[in-house]
Structures are given as structure tokens and as C-alpha cells.
Design a protein around this ligand. Structure first.
Ligand code: FES
Length: 202
């Protein structure tokens, strides 16, 4: 069975063949084609895998370093798989004036990630935005689309702890669900064997 790394490499290879070379997207060769292809890769995979950069470079006949340089220049691209939850801190003027810089620094330190990165346990991806349009609530943090206004590092971290706890709760519930369905099917098996007279120890 392929490892998840091998599976990603295979997916990227077939995406490059079909969506880049096969579709003629790479016809317009050169640097102008890089950003649309990186955006397409991110839409496909949720991030830009390293192999995509090499594949796009080959398709456009550019050095990988050029594609890599363009990809890392723009904040819109992320290079690791997104976490289960997205935490976005606003860095707009109103939020900045009310302390979003400190909020972002402290959350980054607590979660041990920088913007565009994902926590080691895959729970949170940290992002920033220029303005959410909720300036009256500054400083603003958004988790999975839900806006939390007038945040401090303490309130924000509490929110994230709650999200983490809910995650664990639902994981435990689905584990219990699996266990009880396993028990149900074992019981059904015993009943079936009893009906057919084929039960007993082996
Ligand atoms: S500046 Fe943060 S919501 Fe507008």
C-alpha cells in the first residue's frame, strides 16, 4: 500500500499530466502562466505540494527556482496541507490599532505556527487577512468562518482550546460509534450462528 507521501506524488503527477499538460494550460509558457497554475494546484490539493512546483516548472520550461520564488513571494499560497480548522487574524488598520499584532504574535507562539502554517497535530491553519469588514468589532479573529470580535490573546486562545476539545469529543464519539457497531455486528453474528446451528468454538 502506498504511503501518503507516495500517494501525493502520484496525485500530483496525474494532475500535471491531465490538468496542466493535457488541458493545454501550459501552452502559454513563461512566468505569466505560473500564478494561475499555482492557484489551480492550490484549489485541487488545498495547498501547493513541492512536487507541483517542479511539475509546473517542467511544463512551462522554467527553472524550479523561478516557480518556487514566485510561489513564496505571494502570501496566498500555502505549502502544507490545511488543518481541520482555519484561524484567521485580521491585520487591517482598525484591528492593528486595537492590538491585532499582539494577538497574532501570541497565538503564533502558543500554537507554534506562523501565518500560512498548520499546527503539528493538523488541527489549526493560521492565516491573516487585510480586513474582514467587521472593523467595529476590532480586533477580530475568525475561526472556520465564525467571527469573534474584541479579542485578546486570552479570549482567542480559550476559543481555540474549546474548538480542540470539541474535536476530541467528536473523535471519541465516532470511536464509540464504531465500537458499538462492532459489538452489534458481533452480536448479530452470534445470533446468526445460533439460528443456523453453526456456532461454537473453533
Ligand atoms: S480592519 Fe479588521 S475587520 Fe476591518
Amino acid at each position: 500500500m502506498p504511503t501518503s507521501r507516495e500517494a501525493t506524488v502520484e496525485r500530483v503527477r496525474s494532475w500535471i499530466d491531465k490538468a496542466v499538460l493535457g488541458s493545454g494550460r501550459a501552452k502559454k509558457r513563461g512566468r505569466d502562466a505560473v500564478i494561475p497554475l499555482l492557484q489551480a494546484a492550490q484549489a485541487e490539493f488545498g495547498y501547493v505540494p513541492r512536487e507541483t512546483i517542479d511539475g509546473i516548472a517542467r511544463a512551462l520550461r522554467l527553472p524550479s527556482a523561478i516557480v518556487q520564488g514566485i510561489a513564496t513571494f505571494y502570501a496566498q499560497f500555502r505549502f502544507s496541507p490545511p488543518g481541520r480548522h482555519t484561524v484567521t487574524v485580521c491585520r487591517g488598520t482598525a484591528c492593528h490599532v486595537r492590538g491585532s499584532g499582539k494577538l497574532l504574535d501570541e497565538l503564533s507562539a502558543l500554537l507554534k505556527v506562523k501565518p500560512q502554517e498548520t499546527t503539528a497535530d493538523g488541527t489549526f491553519t493560521m492565516e491573516t487577512v487585510a480586513c474582514f469588514g467587521s472593523c467595529a468589532l476590532a480586533p477580530v479573529m475568525v475561526v472556520d468562518g465564525k467571527v469573534y470580535g474584541r479579542q485578546t490573546p486570552t479570549t482567542a486562545f480559550r476559543t481555540l482550546q474549546r474548538v480542540r476539545k470539541e474535536d476530541k469529543g467528536s473523535a471519541a464519539k465516532s470511536g464509540r460509534g464504531r465500537a458499538s457497531s462492532g459489538r452489534r455486528s458481533a452480536a448479530a453474528g452470534v445470533a446468526r450462528r445460533a439460528r443456523t446451528g453453526r456456532g461454537g468454538a473453533r
